[in-house]
Design a binder for this molecule. Structure first.
Ligand code: 9D3
Length: 254
């Protein structure tokens, strides 16, 4: 997978590429990253990349010609290149989109700055417009890193070892179960006994239960349209019965 990143702040990416799974993916040549400085494609002595908006108003707009030049350099004669514009007006990036993008051979990520980029680039060159959520950033660079991060970890071999559980689309639907490590007792709080029992069947059941209850309590929206397994359905009925008994025992409080 190749990532070409178009930005006026290429230095923002240095640290990101130097650590952890992303660094290892580069070393193992699972991904190739190419940072293109949009300014290198701007004309004139001052190599200006932005200009005032037609029609007036506050802020600046990224000029189309340096962007077109950088896109041509990144995607030239590559029929597999997919052009992605990181913008607040894009569709919100999610795990399904990460999966779809992980099937592509070459992603060209355009990082906007200022108030945005000239609309004619959006209309003629861009395949996907993506946002990373409904909050306001100062530019597309962090969003591009988010996309590179989420897509890279889905590539075969990126996580090392047995990744089938990690990349199983089923595993994306629930939150992770609670996790513990040493010491067994921390500030008077003990690790659940079952995790120390060595009974792998019981541990697996406990983990599924933990994942389901955590999702139900912390992110109920994730369960909308979720198809429960028979085992999960049984658990829900158990919880339902317990809640019903608890409520019935409260007497006449309306
Ligand atoms: C305050 C300026 N806004 C006027 C309505 C528009 C605006 C333009 C450019 C707001 C933010 C930005 C910079 N943001 C991005 O380039 C961006 C972004 C984001 O802000 N939130 C979530 N995802 C993304 S992807 C790119």
């Amino acid at each position: 997978m190749k990532f070409s990143i178009l930005t006026i702040f290429p230095d923002m990416f240095a640290g990101f590429f130097e650590h952890g799974i992303i660094r290892r993916a580069i070393e193992r040549e699972l991904i190739h990253t190419d940072i293109l400085d949009i300014r290198d494609h701007a004309a004139g002595r001052h190599r200006v990349t932005d200009d005032r908006p037609f029609g007036g108003g506050d802020g600046m707009v990224m000029k189309p010609d340096p962007l077109a030049g950088a896109i041509r350099k990144a995607a030239d004669r590559d029929p597999d290149a997919v052009i992605v514009h990181l913008t607040p007006q894009g569709r919100v990036f999610d795990q399904k989109t990460a999966r779809a993008l992980s099937e592509k051979a070459h992603l060209v990520l355009i990082c906007g700055r200022y108030e945005g980029i000239d609309e004619r680039i959006c209309e003629t060159q861009v395949d996907y417009e993506l946002s990373i959520g409904d909050f306001v950033l100062t530019g597309g660079e962090l969003a591009a890193m988010v996309v590179v991060d989420a897509v890279t970890r889905l590539l075969p071999g990126a996580l090392g070892g047995d990744t089938s559980a990690e990349t199983d689309s089923f595993a994306d639907q629930l939150l992770a179960h609670a996790q513990y490590t040493r010491p067994r007792v921390f500030e008077d709080q003990a690790v659940p006994d079952v995790l120390l029992s060595g009974n792998h069947r019981e541990i697996e059941i406990w983990r599924r239960k933990s994942a389901l209850i955590r999702t139900l309590l912390k992110r109920p929206d994730l369960l909308e349209g979720y198809s429960l397994t028979q085992e999960e359905l049984d658990l829900c009925r158990q919880w339902q019965n317990r809640l019903n008994r608890l409520i019935e025992n409260q007497g006449d409080k309306r």
